[in-house]
Structure formats: C-alpha cells, structure tokens
Design a protein around this ligand. Structure first.
Ligand code: HEC
Length: 145
C-alpha cells in the first residue's frame, strides 16, 4: 500500500528529474572533472542527486538520508560568495533547506514527503543555474551554451 503511494509520486519525480537534468545540466556535463582528476563539487552533486532518486525509487530510507546529507554538505562547501549575483545565495539557502527536509522525511519514513522535497531540490539546481547563466562572470562560463 505504502509502496503504491510511493510509486505514484516517484514516477513523476523520475520524469521531472530526467527533464531537469537534461535541460539544466546536460549541456555542461562534458566538463565533469577538475584537473587533478577529482570530480568537481557540482559533479558530486549530480551523482548524489541521482543516487537519491534511486533511493526514492527503491524506498531505501537510509540511502535517501545519506545522499540528502551529502548534498547539504557539498552545498555548504560550495560557498559561492565570489559570484556577483544577488539571487545566488538565495538558491543556496533553498537548496540546503530542501536537502535537510528530504533527509528529515527519510528519517521519518515518509516517502511522499521525501519525494516532494527532492523535487524542490532539483528545481533549485535548475533555478540556480539559470540565475548563474544570466550574470555569468568568466569563471562560470562553463554553464553558458
Ligand atoms: C546555489 C547555486 C547552485 C545550485 C543550487 C546548483 N548548482 Fe550546479 N553549478 C553552479 C555553478 C555556479 C556552476 C558553475 C561552476 C562549477 O562548475 O563549479 C555549476 C555547475 C554545475 C555542473 C557543471 C560543472 C561540472 O563540474 O560538471 C553540474 C553537472 C552541476 N552544476 C550540477 C548540479 C546539480 C545536479 C545540482 C542540484 C542537485 C546543482 N548543480 C545545484 C551553481 C549551482
């Protein structure tokens, strides 16, 4: 019963995420490693966001919580103070808020809420990228296409 309700919401989430990842991230995905071969913070975000979706699809609460926590942590590390865009930090806050709420929902075993919060999180990826593109200094030219 729980599983069914979960699937009803997870399927549209999967479609939305596929769209967002395609529209928001795909054109820049070619640049996915830093020079020392480490995945960039943003590439790590993408990986965790994908794993989180898998956790939602499989109703694996510890995986959902783990990846939500990792996303929150990466967002803290990626403190973009240097980017001259007033809207920018607002997206960082929104992103961390959605990550925390996703983690909390997973800890409470609330799949629907976790899926909903995950959607907010993914929308924030796209919104922030749009904002960054709108006012991109040379460092973020990678997001322009
Ligand atoms: C608060 C703003 C912000 C949010 C939220 C955000 N990003 Fe980014 N993203 C950036 C900026 C700035 C860049 C360009 C600089 C860079 O590449 O590090 C970028 C670049 C990227 C890139 C291309 C660079 C690379 O290393 O491949 C990917 C992929 C990416 N983001 C994925 C994501 C995903 C997935 C999410 C959501 C789970 C997300 N981002 C959320 C600001 C953001």
């Amino acid at each position: 019963m729980m599983y069914r309700t979960g699937l009803k919401i997870v399927a549209p989430v999967a479609v939305l995420v596929a769209m967002c990842v395609y529209l928001g991230v795909q054109p820049v995905a070619a640049v996915n490693e830093t020079q020392d071969g480490q995945d960039s913070l943003m590439q790590q975000k993408l990986t965790h966001a994908q794993s989180l979706l898998e956790g939602l699809a499989l109703e694996d609460y510890s995986s959902i919580a783990e990846h939500a926590r990792a996303l929150h942590q990466i967002s803290v590390e990626a403190d973009w103070a240097g980017i001259p865009n007033r809207d920018y930090s607002q997206y960082g806050d929104k992103f961390r808020d959605a990550a925390s709420k996703t983690e909390k929902a997973a800890e409470e075993g609330n799949l629907d809420s976790a899926a909903w919060q995950y959607m907010q999180l993914v929308v924030t990826c796209v919104e922030c990228h749009k904002a960054v593109r709108g006012q991109a200094p040379a460092e973020v030219a990678v997001l322009q296409h």
